[in-house]
Design a protein around this ligand. Structure first.
Ligand code: NDP
Length: 796
């Protein structure tokens, strides 16, 4: 082609990045790669090898070892052996190590970028300009947290040995997101990369050893899903951090239920990209390109559902189709391309199948006539219009370069369609009216919202989802807490086995022949006392076996009614923090007015001394005050990522939370669990102490004389295990907190998988409810809230 041709057409010519260094590194490992355990690679001969291919050509890149349970054992043992010393060297020393890793990544940036493009099939322009710089940024940022750990996280300790499982779409970036906070804060790691893309993790490990990272601190075991499952199952792993599909996330939640392992899940999404009619349309079109064709759409937070306001839809689609015709697909090492190859033929087949389903369900499919390289797993950029919000392609994660478009008329309709998804990872909002955009952002069910932008990431700004997109955050201060636990909780011991209540239950049956000893306390639902659905009650007995009264025996229907009442009280989540604080102070005031009555009830039920009971009531009043105080002080933050813009970290309530209270300190534990939740705007369904529920039923009078709206606190008495099962399996409950016998923790975690609700459980370890360090404050507020980061770029 002549210069004048290019002058006329303004076409790019090819601009190939050299792969010499990457190929030379691969050639040095042509025998294959072992696992990286205890600071060295295991011998290749000792394992079974599998191949990793170049998606763009299907050619072999390297042989990698399939991890076995014995390999996982060895890696976990190495991590365990290294952990105490790694934490022990202190924040400053760890900061220096992370700083060295960041420098190492920058020194080898080109090698990492090319290797990643080869192994994954994505454009080197993206690995060079996005993945690798963000990897370095994560390591630098977390070097900073290591340095500040002793000051900023003084009341926290590391979780221990962390198992981390990452997917193939951002292999090195996900490694950095996972290991940077874990290592910075004194944990050690066993990481399993995806079988499609293990190479950048192996290069990282090799260079980390050269950079002086102590042996055992970071271990890499390669393999497939079975290797991941062995890591999840390992009894000496304290936490699993997983990024991948919602299905596997669910399996992991089930597999770890009751094990005491903490868990963060970064799962799939079907994120809305909402364009209002006053948006800068050309900017929004470029936004779409970034939202759905970045990394061939293989992005968990891809803006995969385009919602355009009806009046501009035709124009928008026309301009979008024009732009699609100018996208360039090509070999990943060509620096001028927009789209590389999908990860594998299997993914190509999956994307094609979903597109076919979309067409069969009535969608109109547009694909521009752009040339795609032969071989590999190239898929054309695709737009599906005429799509119904309930159709398969509008609800399923496609994980490919396929945009699904729908229209809306009004603001309310936009929100309804946007939130009509089981996922809640990210959202993008386009409007030139800042007031409109800032009103939409809090109303979206998503962990991240980008205003007039999309796919922005930074180490200082937390990332993560809600609903079936998982829980936990990566990045920022909130991401650090995922790798720490409160020191006061680390000291908890198993609670003394609860006295056997079967004798009492038997006496309860007998008691029904006795003349009534007290009124039967009802349930408390929607601000009113309500008879239990089954019209059944059960006897309550004091510590000495004497009958103390009767309470309603709640059942599944009662829980469902209580959840419905909690949903009807959704306005509570939108009330001002000042109003919530006032409500808590007023509860404290009312409790104080009845302090003697409550103390007497506690003495009569539990047999503690009068002084101890008075102390429990006083502590409960103080706790209500504490959360009244926190209600308008536990706030978000304004992040300043490296761009012209800000990211607002907004603290939001989780929603409707089910709470199971333990038997000890029946009033104080009840207050300690309920108060942080309602202070932050949640609505609760509480099952009070099974053994001493009368303390909570007495609390109805405190609630009735308060100004708390009906439905914010609902109380259902009865058998904790049965009621918990209904709460934990209920799809309209957003979180469960279960305190008491270890079996309750297992059920809460196992049954939470349906809608992937968040859980806070104690595994049968007793909290000292009188110890404010353990039982009060920000640690509870963190569990009562989730952070939404709203990105707002600015400039002309
Ligand atoms: P998976 O969820 O299967 O894989 C993610 C990681 O988990 C990989 O390292 C995988 O290993 C590992 N893994 C698989 N099974 C288990 C298990 N039982 N226990 C522990 N670890 C396990 O995703 P896929 O790669 O199979 O992709 C399937 C679909 O998931 C995609 O089409 C896409 O829709 C979605 N996905 C979403 C991602 C996101 O970020 N939200 C990322 C990747 C995929 P291995 O790869 O070796 O099998």
């Amino acid at each position: 082609m002549s210069v004048s041709h290019y002058f006329d057409t303004m076409d790019y010519g090819p601009a190939l990045e050299s792969d010499l260094d990457a190929r030379a590194w691969l050639a040095r490992h042509s025998d294959g790669f072992g696992h990286f355990i205890g600071g060295a690679f295991t011998p290749v001969a000792s394992g079974t090898l599998f191949d990793t291919q170049e998606p763009a050509t299907g050619k072999l890149l390297a042989h990698v070892t399939q991890g076995t349970p014995a390999d996982i054992d060895a890696a976990v043992a190495a991590a365990r052996a290294a952990q105490a010393a790694w934490f022990g060297i202190g924040g400053h020393a760890r900061a220096r190590h992370l700083y060295a890793l960041a420098r190492m990544v920058q020194r080898h940036a080109r090698l990492f970028a090319v290797l990643e493009a080869l192994d994954n099939g994505k454009p080197v322009r993206e690995t060079r300009d996005i993945d690798v710089p963000l990897v370095a940024r994560h390591l630098y940022h977390h070097a900073g947290w290591a340095q500040l750990q002793e000051r900023e996280f003084a009341d926290q300790v590391p979780v221990g040995v962390i198992g981390q499982i990452v997917p193939w779409n951002f292999p090195l970036l996900m490694l950095a997101w996972k290991i940077a906070p874990a290592l910075a804060l004194g944990n050690t790691v066993v990481l399993k990369p995806a079988e499609f893309t293990p190479l950048s993790a192996l290069l990282f490990a090799e260079l980390a050893a050269q950079a002086g990272l102590p042996p055992g601190v970071l271990n890499i075991v390669t393999g497939d899903g079975a290797t991941g499952a062995a890591l999840v199952a390992h009894p000496d792993v304290n936490k699993i951090a997983f990024t991948g599909s919602t299905d596997v996330g669910r399996q992991i939640r089930e597999q770890t239920a009751g094990s005491g392992k903490s868990l963060t899940l970064e799962l799939g999404g079907k994120s809305p990209f909402i364009v209002f009619d006053d948006a800068d349309i050309d900017a929004a079109i470029e936004g779409v390109v970034d939202a759905i064709w970045f990394n061939q759409g293989q992005v968990c937070c891809a803006g995969a559902r385009l919602l355009v306001q009806e009046g501009i839809a035709e124009d928008f689609y026309a301009r979008l189709k024009h732009r699609m015709g100018h996208l360039r697909a090509g070999t990943p090492l060509d620096k001028t391309i927009d789209l590389g190859s999908l990860i594998a033929p299997s993914q190509h087949a999956r994307v094609q199948k979903l597109v076919n389903i979309g067409i069969a369900e009535g969608a109109a499919c547009y694909q521009p006539t752009i040339s795609l390289p032969a071989g590999g797993s190239y898929f054309p950029p695709t737009l599906l219009t005429n799509v119904h919000p309930a159709s398969t392609v509008a609800t399923e994660e496609i994980f490919g370069p396929v945009l699904v478009a729908m229209t809306f008329r009004t603001y309310d309709e936009a929100l309804t369609i946007a939130n009509n998804s089981r996922y809640g990872l990210a959202a993008s909002v386009w409007s030139e009216t800042i007031g409109l955009a800032l009103a939409v952002a809090p109303a979206l069910k998503a962990g991240v919202v980008w205003i007039n932008s999309t796919n922005l990431f930074d180490a200082g700004v937390g990332f993560g989802g809600v609903r079936e997109s998982g829980y936990g955050r990566e990045g920022g201060r909130e991401g650090c807490y995922e790798y720490l636990k409160p020191a006061a909780w680390a000291r908890r011991q198993p609670r003394a086995a609860s006295a056997d209540t079967s004798a009492e239950t038997a006496r309860g049956a007998a008691a029904s022949q006795l003349p009534p000893v007290d009124r039967t306390a009802k349930l408390y639902i929607g601000g009113k006392q309500a008879r239990s659905d089954g019209e059944q009650s059960r006897g309550v007995f004091a510590f000495d076996g004497q009958p103390a009264g009767e309470v309603g025996l709640g059942n599944r229907k009662d829980i469902r009614n209580a959840v419905a009442a909690a949903h009807a009280a959704a306005a509570w989540s939108g009330t001002t923090a000042h109003r919530r604080a006032q409500a808590l102070y007023y509860l404290a005031e009312n409790l104080s007015a009845r302090a003697a009555e409550f103390a007497a009830r506690i003495v009569a039920l539990t047999g503690v001394s009068a002084a101890a009971a008075e102390q429990e009531v006083d502590a409960s009043i103080s706790r209500l005050f504490a959360y009244g105080a926190w209600a308008d002080k536990y706030e978000g933050a304004v992040h300043v990522p490296p761009m012209r813009g800000v990211a607002l970290a907004m603290v939001e309530p989780v929603g409707v939370v089910g709470v199971i209270c333990p038997d000890e300190a029946p009033l104080l534990a009840f207050v300690s669990l309920v108060a942080p939740l309602i202070a932050m705007g949640n609505r609760v369904v509480v099952v009070p102490s099974e053994r001493y529920p009368l303390v909570a039923t007495d609390f109805y009078q405190v609630l009735e004389t308060s100004d708390l709206p009906g439905g914010v606190i609902n109380i259902v008495t009865g058998a904790a295990a049965t009621l918990l099962d209904t709460l934990a399996a209920h799809d309209d409950v957003d979180a469960v907190w279960a305190f008491g016998a270890p079996a309750l923790s297992t059920s809460a975690e196992r049954l939470s998988t349906g809608n992937l609700k968040r859980t806070l459980v104690d595994y049968g370890l007793a909290t000292d409810w009188h110890d404010a360090l353990a039982a009060e404050g920000p640690v509870w507020l963190r569990h009562a809230t989730q952070i939404k980061n709203v990105w707002i770029p600015y400039g002309e």
